[in-house]
Design a protein around this ligand. Structure first.
Ligand code: ATP
Ligand code: MG
Length: 547
C-alpha cells in the first residue's frame, strides 16, 4: 500500500479506506469487455483504471470476457482484445469468460426461484414492456408473478431444454413493480435464445441478462471493487440485490466513474461497427478509428495512451475531453522518442555546382538514448530510453529540397534559402544559392548553389540525395466523424484521408511498420501495416490544445 494516505481519485480513496479498516485484505479488480468489437480509447481508460489499481495496491486484475450475448460475440474479438491489453502494457492475472460460469448462474437462478424470488413469465415481450409503468407511474404485477415455485422450476427447465421458442418465456426476479427505480421492477434475468455460443456451442438455449450475470461473475472471481461507467449507477441496487439473494459471502461492490468522451470522435462500438460494415473505413484498425488497433496502426505509442488516460483521471462528472489533449500526449511522447527523417512532399531539385558529379559525402546520424516526457506515466519505470542507432546518409551534388525552403521573393522574416543567401544543409555544410530556373508561370524548377566554408547561417534546410531518394505516400488523416448536428452517418467525412506523394531519404524505406518517426518539419508519421509504401500521419507538429 502506498505510504501517502490519499489516492489520486475517489476510487483509490475508497480502496485505501477498505484496506485500512480491514474490510478488504487483497483487492481484486477486473476489466470486463464484451467481445462484440475491438477495444477503443474509452476502454483503455477503464482498463488503465483497473490494471493500475491492482498494481498500485498489490492486488490482482483479471481480464474477463463478458460473453453472455452469443449473437454478437466471437473468439476473434477475444483474441484481439487480449492483444490490445498486452500492447497497452498490462498482463492480466487471469483471463476468464463469463460463459465458464453459466452452470453456476443457472444454479443461482434456481436458488432464487426456490426462495420465491424469481418466476417464469409467459407474457409476450410487449406485454412485459407495457406493464413496467413509467417514471411517474408504478408498474403492474404480471399474472404469472405468483405462480407456484414448482411450476416456475419446471418451466425454467423447459426454457433450457430447447422446447420454448425465442421470446416465449423469461425468468424474472421478483422484486417490486412499484419501485421508483425501473431496474428493480421485476427485471428479466434469463431469456430464451437459440443461438450457438463461440465457447459453449449449442449447450444453452437460454442466456443470462447482464444485470444478473455481472455481479455473479464478479462474485466467482472474488472481485472486491467492480468499477464501471456512470450509466450503471441505477443498476447498482439490482447488483446488490443479486449478491445478497444468491447467498454470496465475499460481497463485491460496484463503483461508477464517468466514461471517456472525446471531441470529434464516435466511440460506441455500435457506431464503430457500422463504420466498418458500411466500409467507410478500412476495417476496425483503420488509422482514423479510435480503436486501440487503429491508434496502433496510426503509429500512436501505447505509452502515450496510458499517459493520456492517467492525465484525464477518474471522476464522476461526465464531460467531453478535447481530442487535442490526446494528440498532445502523443506528440510529447514522440517528440522525446521519435527518430527524425528528411522528406519532401513538394520537392525541387537543387544542384551543387562546385562539387564534382561523382563526389559523395557520407554523413552519420546518431539518435536514441535516454529521454523523459513531462507528464508521463510509466507502467514500467525502467523503460526510459530508446536504443541508440546510427544511420549513414549519402550527400551528392544532386539533391531535392522542399519547395517551401527556397524563395526568390521571400516574405519578411524568411530564414531559409534565398538567391545569394546562405543556408545550412541539415547535418552538413553550408551552401550559398547561386541561381534558379522557373517555368513560364514563375514556379521554381531548379535551384543552384555552391558549397561554402562558411560556419554560420541563419537557416537550416533539409535535403534528400536524388540518387538514393525513395518515393513514398503520405496519408494526412483527420476526424472520420467530426462533431456536428444530425445522424452520425451524415457526418462521415469522406475527405478525412488525403494522400500525397513525397521523396524521402533512403532509410525511410527500412522503417518498421507502426513506428512513429518525425518527418522533419512536416509531422509525425508511421508506416502503414497494410499499404507499406504509405505513411500515416500520427499527429501534427504543432499543438492545437488550448489548456
Ligand atoms: P460501447 O458503448 O462502446 O459498446 P460498452 O460499455 O458496451 O462500450 P463493454 O465491452 O461492455 O463496452 O465495456 C467494457 C468496459 O469498458 C466496461 O466496464 C465499460 O464500462 C468500459 N467502457 C466502455 N466505454 C467506455 C468509455 N468510453 N470510457 C470509459 N470506460 C468505458
Ligand atoms: Mg456493452
Amino acid at each position: 500500500m502506498p505510504e501517502n494516505d490519499s489516492g489520486t481519485n475517489f476510487i483509490e480513496n475508497i480502496i485505501i479506506n477498505d484496506l485500512k479498516s480491514g474490510k478488504v485484505k487483497n483487492i481484486i479488480t477486473r476489466f470486463p469487455p464484451e467481445p462484440n468489437g475491438r477495444l477503443h480509447i474509452g476502454h483503455a481508460k477503464a482498463a488503465c483504471l483497473n490494471f493500475m489499481l491492482a498494481k498500485k495496491f498489490g492486488g490482482k486484475c483479471n481480464l474477463r470476457f463478458d460473453d453472455t450475448n452469443p449473437v454478437k460475440e466471437d473468439a476473434d474479438f477475444c483474441e484481439q482484445i487480449l492483444y490490445d491489453i498486452r500492447w497497452l502494457g498490462f498482463e492480466p492475472d487471469g483471463v476468464f469468460y463469463a460463459s465458464d460460469y453459466f452452470d453456476y448462474m443457472r444454479d443461482c437462478a434456481v436458488l432464487l426461484i426456490n426462495k420465491g424470488l424469481a418466476y417464469v413469465d409467459e407474457s409476450t415481450p410487449d406485454e412485459i414492456k407495457l406493464s413496467r409503468g413509467t417514471l411517474t407511474e408504478p408498474g403492474k404485477n404480471s399474472k404469472f408473478r405468483d405462480r407456484p415455485i414448482k411450476e416456475s422450476l419446471k418451466l425454467f427447465e423447459k426454457m433450457q431444454s430447447g422446447e420454448v421458442p425465442d421470446g416465449g418465456m423469461v425468468l424474472r426476479a421478483k422484486i417490486d413493480m412499484a419501485s421508483p427505480n425501473m431496474n428493480m421492477r421485476d427485471p428479466v434475468i434469463y431469456r430464451v435464445l437459440h443461438a450457438p455460443h463461440h465457447r459453449t456451442g449449442t449447450k444453452w438455449n437460454m442466456y443470462p441478462m447482464y444485470d444478473f450475470a455481472h455481479p455473479l461473475e464478479d462474485a466467482v472471481e472474488h472481485v472486491t471493487h467492480s468499477c464501471c461507467t456512470m450509466e450503471f449507477e441505477d443498476h447498482r441496487p439490482l447488483y446488490d440485490w443479486v449478491i445478497d439473494n444468491c447467498d454470496i459471502t465475499d460481497k463485491p461492490h460496484q463503483y461508477e466513474f464517468a466514461r471517456l468522451n472525446l471531441t470529434d470522435t464516435v466511440m460506441s462500438k455500435r457506431y464503430l461497427k457500422q463504420l466498418v460494415d458500411m466500409k467507410a473505413v478500412d476495417g476496425w484498425d483503420d488509422p482514423r478509428m479510435p480503436t486501440l488497433s487503429g491508434l496502433r496502426r496510426r503509429g500512436v505509442p501505447a505509452h502515450a495512451i496510458v499517459a493520456f488516460c492517467t492525465e484525464v483521471g477518474i471522476a464522476k462528472a461526465v464531460g467531453t475531453v478535447d481530442a487535442a489533449q490526446l494528440n498532445d500526449c502523443i506528440r510529447d511522447e514522440l517528440n522525446a522518442t521519435a527518430k527524425r527523417y528528411m522528406v519532401a512532399p513538394d520537392p525541387v531539385e537543387l544542384d551543387i555546382v562546385n562539387m564534382d558529379k561523382s563526389d559523395k559525402e557520407i554523413i552519420e546520424v546518431t539518435e536514441g538514448g535516454e529521454y523523459t516526457v513531462p507528464h508521463r506515466t510509466f507502467i514500467d519505470p525502467e523503460v526510459n530510453s530508446t536504443p541508440v542507432v546510427t544511420r549513414k546518409m549519402t550527400l551528392s551534388p544532386r539533391l531535392y529540397i522542399n519547395r517551401e525552403d527556397f524563395s526568390y521573393n521571400p516574405p519578411k522574416g524568411y530564414h531559409r534559402l534565398v538567391p545569394g543567401g546562405l543556408a545550412r544543409l541539415k547535418n552538413s555544410f553550408i551552401i550559398r544559392c547561386t541561381g534558379y530556373d522557373t517555368d513560364k508561370a514563375g514556379n521554381v524548377t531548379k535551384v543552384y548553389a555552391e558549397r561554402t566554408d562558411e560556419v554560420k547561417a541563419k537557416g537550416v534546410i533539409q535535403w534528400i540525395d536524388r540518387d538514393s531518394a525513395v518515393d513514398i505516400k503520405i496519408n494526412e488523416l483527420d476526424a472520420i466523424v467530426p462533431d456536428g448536428e444530425g445522424e452520425f452517418v451524415n457526418r462521415i467525412n469522406a475527405a478525412s484521408k488525403k494522400t500525397v506523394s513525397a521523396k524521402a531519404e533512403a532509410a525511410v524505406k527500412e522503417l518498421p511498420v507502426g513506428e512513429g518517426v518525425q518527418f522533419f518539419r512536416i509531422g509525425y508519421f508511421a508506416r502503414d501495416a497494410k499499404d507499406e509504401d504509405s505513411f500515416n500521419r500520427v499527429v501534427e507538429l504543432k499543438s492545437s490544445w488550448n489548456k
